[in-house]
Write a protein that binds this ligand. Structure first.
Ligand code: FMN
Length: 190
């Protein structure tokens, strides 16, 4: 496990092969042993795979068009860009939208978000032990209310914490290492 913490990498390119659903369930089960205040277990998952990916990918494209990252016209250049973005996203075997119910109290909201982040990292580490790679993404469409509606969520009620890209790695990037922990530490002992 200690080795996994250091060896895990964010994966950007995936093999075509799907991860077995039972394996994904085990991975997220390990994820759910994350600490959670009041035992709320706030994480929720929408898992898109196979032909189900189309709904998510269309919603992503529509959102990019609303935000202005992609033009909304029928010009060949735009069509080509949309097609290549769709191809890229369809090549990712699984997309998991990780979300949680919003809390009005800002302290409770932070607690729930923190627990969901712990869930995500537990899942990433468990996945690595199964040879499965993930990419934790936070993107502009996660802040677009109409994107929520298109995938059946209500931005008044829930917050998307991340969209995870999941699959067997095609390429594992080299480690970027980390700065010495001493640079981050202040020891107060009197
Ligand atoms: C909250 C969060 C959001 C991230 N969002 C993205 C993202 O949108 N795109 C991306 O390529 N990587 C994203 N990453 C992954 C980081 O870029 C990656 O963890 C970092 O480069 C270190 O690489 P490693 O995970 O392989 O050690 C995100 C990571 C975190 C924790």
């Amino acid at each position: 496990m200690l080795e996994t913490i250091k060896a895990r990498r964010s994966i950007h390119t995936f093999q075509e092969k799907e991860v077995d659903l039972e394996v994904l369930k085990e991975i997220f089960t390990y994820g759910s042993y994350a600490p959670t205040h009041y035992m709320n277990e706030p994480w929720k998952i929408k898992l898109y795979q196979g032909s189900g990916k189309g709904v998510l990918i269309d919603a992503i494209i529509h959102s990019y068009q609303r935000i202005g990252m992609i033009k909304n016209n029928l010009e060949p250049k735009t069509t080509k860009m949309i097609e290549s973005m769709k191809k890229f996203l369809h090549a990712i075997p699984h997309h998991a939208v990780i979300y949680f119910e919003k809390e009005d109290d800002p302290i409770r909201y932070e607690e729930e978000y923190a627990a969901v982040c712990a869930f995500i990292q537990n899942s990433q580490l468990a996945a690595w032990e199964y040879g499965v790679g993930m990419l934790w993404t936070i993107t502009p469409y996660m802040h677009d209310p109409k994107f929520y509606t298109e995938i059946g969520l209500d931005t008044d009620l829930v917050k998307i914490a991340a969209v995870m890209q999941i699959g067997y790695p095609k390429k594992v990037p080299p480690s970027k290492g980390r700065v010495s922990i001493e640079e981050k530490m202040e020891i107060i002992n009197k």
